[in-house]
Structure formats: C-alpha cells, structure tokens
Design a protein around this ligand. Sequence first.
Ligand SMILES: [Zn+2]
Ligand SMILES: [Zn+2]
Length: 332
Amino acid sequence: MITKEWVSVHRKHHARCEGPEDPHSPQVYGIRKVLLEGAELYREATADKQITEQFGRGTPDDWLERNLYSRYNVLGVTILAIVEFALFGLAGIAVFAIQMLCIPVLAAGVINGLAHFWGYRNFETDDAATNITPIAAIICGEELHNNHHAYPSSARFSLRRWEFDLGWVYIRVFSALKLAKVRRVAPRPRFDASKTVMDIDTVKAIISSRLHVMESYARKVVRPVHAKELKVSSEHRQTLREAARDLLKVDHLLDDSGRSRVAAALATSESLNTVYELQNQLQDIWKKAGASQEALLASLQDWCNHAEATGIECLEEFAARLRGYELKPFNG
Ligand SMILES: [Zn+2]
Ligand SMILES: [Zn+2]
C-alpha cells in the first residue's frame, strides 16, 4: 500500500471508531467481513481521494515516495517473488504466497477484526478494542490493540508486566543505533503514599491517566466486591456471575441484554450497587474534562469524600490512593 493511503485509513479508523464512518469496524460490518475481506475494505476506503487528503496529512512526500513507492507500488513485491523463485524454486513461491497472505490476514483481518471483537481489555476505552493474547509476538505487539487504542501515540504497546511487544524491542534497538527516536510512550502513574491532600497536580495526573484509574478501580474495587458477593450469596450466584464482565464496561458500550444483566446483579447487593454507582460517577468526571481545573478538583474531592464515607474498605483505600497520584516522566 501507499504510505499516505494506509495512514489515512488508519487515522480515520481512530477518529471514527466503531461508527458508520469507521473504515473497518467489525461492530459495523460484522466480524466475518472484516476478518475475511479486510484488504478489500482498505481498497474501498482509499477510493475517496478527499479522505486520503484529509487524514493523510504529514505523511512522507519526498522523491522516493512520489517517484518510486507510489508510482511502482507493486514493484517491490514483484522483485521479491522473482528473487525467491530464483533462489528456492517452487518452495520460494510458497514462501512468497505466505508472505503475501500475512498482512491481509494478520493485520487487516485479525487486528482490525478480532482485536475489535474478542479478547481481554485492560482499559475501558470508548471503542471495542481488545488485546488478543498475552503473547503478541507474532504480530509484533499489534495484538495489544486495546492498549494501542487507549494510548494511540505511545510507541510501546505493552503495559502489563506479562505483555510482550516485539515491535518495542525493534524500536529500542533502532534508537540505540540512533536510527529512531522515541517521542512518546503511555504515561505511567506513580504514587506518593505520603500525599494526603489532592491538588491541581494530582488532578492533572488523574485526568491524563484516567484509563489507568478506571482499570485500577475495576481491579481493586469492582472485582473484589463482586468476588465477595459471589462467595456469600448462594442464591444469586448465577445472576452475579453473568454480569461479571458487563459491570466493568463503560455505559454506552452495553447493549440491552448487558444492561439488564447489570441491573439484575446490582439488585442483589447494596455494596455492589454503591461501587457501580461510584464507577459511573468517576467516569462522568472525565466527561467534564473541558471544565476548569478547579472545578475538576472539586468534583474529585467530592467523589473521594463520598467514597470514603461508604464503609466499603477497598473503596476507601482506593480513594485514599487517588490522592497520591503523580505522573512519572518517561526517561528513555
Ligand atoms: Zn483499532
Ligand atoms: Zn492505530
């Protein structure tokens, strides 16, 4: 593909994610189509030159791009086929066929399709992006697609200790050789346990790591409360179990059946109801991100006071920890 075309389709995907204008959302086109006809969707998306111009700004526009890559965009793969045939005969052609299938199947099909459909989520992003497996090596870390949608400008896709991004290894090798420069990676929050008062700096740290905040809320508050309820309540076990995943989802990603599963589970437990309500309230604070920092500070302080008055231990601990949020600068 021509650089500008690929970039514009991909940027449009981020900008219009899971909506009718998303060039390749399985939530819109269905998983079958994106999985099997991913390359076709790219071709359709690049047919509109106005889109390419709008979303393709700033892509390389040098002599090589204009006179070689764009003009003879199948020359490279043709030479590759000839070289492989000359070196290995029919086996070379088989290798070539596999190489040619790789991108349409793995990138266009698996990443754009499966990684917006099935897998685990570290972050409740506004789209349906998922990480497919903990072992993302075969697609160079691209499988960590939920992390990528959470921090699209981060050069590194792996965020959890056990996630592995081979692409990041390459980037580090190239930057050690001074052939690449890392501009940005996802910010990692840091905690200062001695900090007990929330200030504007805390607000900045919390807002820019909001997905981390929500992820840790899910892990440290919702899941433990849910697990505790599961243990003590034998009659509602089934109802609680069915809602396990939906309880962590951002509201507008829930469909009707998800919503009714959540409602049924919340009806069984007061403490679960409280932590769910506070989860929504915390999410509502991000929506006010355009408000002044003083207003955000006041909302977060209110939220913490409310959380600390609930009598739910893990929620109180979470609120206390929230006060110690700081941003850790990235140093190489
Ligand atoms: Zn995506
Ligand atoms: Zn992307």
